[in-house]
Design a protein around this ligand. Structure first.
Ligand SMILES: [Zn+2]
Ligand SMILES: [Zn+2]
Ligand SMILES: [Zn+2]
Length: 294
């Protein structure tokens, strides 16, 4: 089993298109690496590739994975879907934008595991609805706490199973879920967007080997400090790192990573006190290309 972080930035990516904050300007000067939007690839021992979230950067994220490139090299008539299935946490742009990409290919009926609300949104929207109708995407509905085997677009079972838990994020048009993907020997949790931590979530993640957790903002008033925007981290449905460090440090999981960083987040600079502080709490910052071999 292999886990690859194919994107670690928040929905706007890094640098953000309209921003010249310290991080964004360092990035444009080549002093910080640009980052794709948050997404994880989980690859089983049969080389099935499952993407957690379909970021708008998905095309390049697929191209960054050796297994995906090898599949294309071996394909019969130069065409094959390099990914087998997608699991979607919620319907904010950074997490579903990549679904539209699949319309450029052949209709592979790629399974898209998602909530019934997100499935309805996808099926009824102009762009995505057409892709479902024409057989590019095949929404598969998941429910909280129910074990679901993940299938490839070829119709064969993968070695991976899925469990999800509904979480509180921004209470707008979409519902939001935390994901747990596991094989017989290994499990990973991916919760990139969440506003509060509670006992339910603690139980949900208590048995995983690796956790990727919401790290959008370090401070609650980060947008105000950096950009003069009067919206807090909680206003936008994100628990700030400063409020999650303590409890996450106490959860017994072998490897714990923050992910889904906003461009304003000081953790993007390894020299910052904030970056050092998360290491002190025995957590790490995920980055594009981070690979965990199991
Ligand atoms: Zn997001
Ligand atoms: Zn910025
Ligand atoms: Zn979101």
């Amino acid at each position: 089993l292999k886990i690859i972080v194919v994107g670690s930035a928040q929905d706007g990516g890094f640098p953000q298109y309209d921003c010249n904050c310290l991080n964004c300007s360092l990035c444009r000067k080549g002093l910080l690496k640009p980052l794709y939007r948050s997404s994880i690839a989980v690859i089983d021992d049969d080389n099935h590739v499952i993407f957690l979230d379909a970021s708008p950067d998905m095309r390049l994220q697929m191209a960054s994975i050796d297994v995906c490139r090898e599949k294309l090299n071996r394909s019969m008539n130069n065409r094959v879907s390099p990914i087998d299935a997608i699991v979607v946490t919620h319907a904010h742009w950074g997490h579903i934008g990549g679904l539209a990409e699949l319309g450029a290919g052949i209709p592979y009926k790629v399974p898209v595991y998602c909530s019934s609300l997100v499935s309805k949104m996808i099926s009824k929207s102009g762009i995505y609805g057409h892709l479902v109708e024409a057989g590019y995407l095949k929404p598969q509905i998941f429910e909280s706490r129910k074990e679901i085997p993940i299938y490839s677009w070829r119709g064969e079972p993968t070695m991976l199973k899925l469990k999800v838990l509904k979480v509180k994020h921004r209470e707008d048009f979409t519902d939001t879920f935390g994901l747990k993907i596991y094989s017989s020997s290994f499990s990973v949790a991916y919760i990139p967007d969440i506003a509060f931590f509670n006992i339910e979530i603690e139980e949900f993640i208590s048995d995983v080997d690796v956790l990727f957790f919401e790290g959008t903002f370090y401070y609650n008033n980060e947008l105000e400090i950096v950009s003069g925007i009067h919206k807090t981290s909680y206003d936008l449905g994100h628990i700030p790192i400063v409020d999650s460090l303590n409890f996450l440090s106490k959860v017994e999981i072998p490897q714990k990573y923050y992910i889904h960083f906003n461009h304003t987040n000081p953790v993007l600079r390894k020299s910052s006190e904030e970056f050092k502080s998360i290491l002190r709490f025995k957590l790490k910052a995920a980055y594009d290309g981070l690979t965990i071999d199991v």
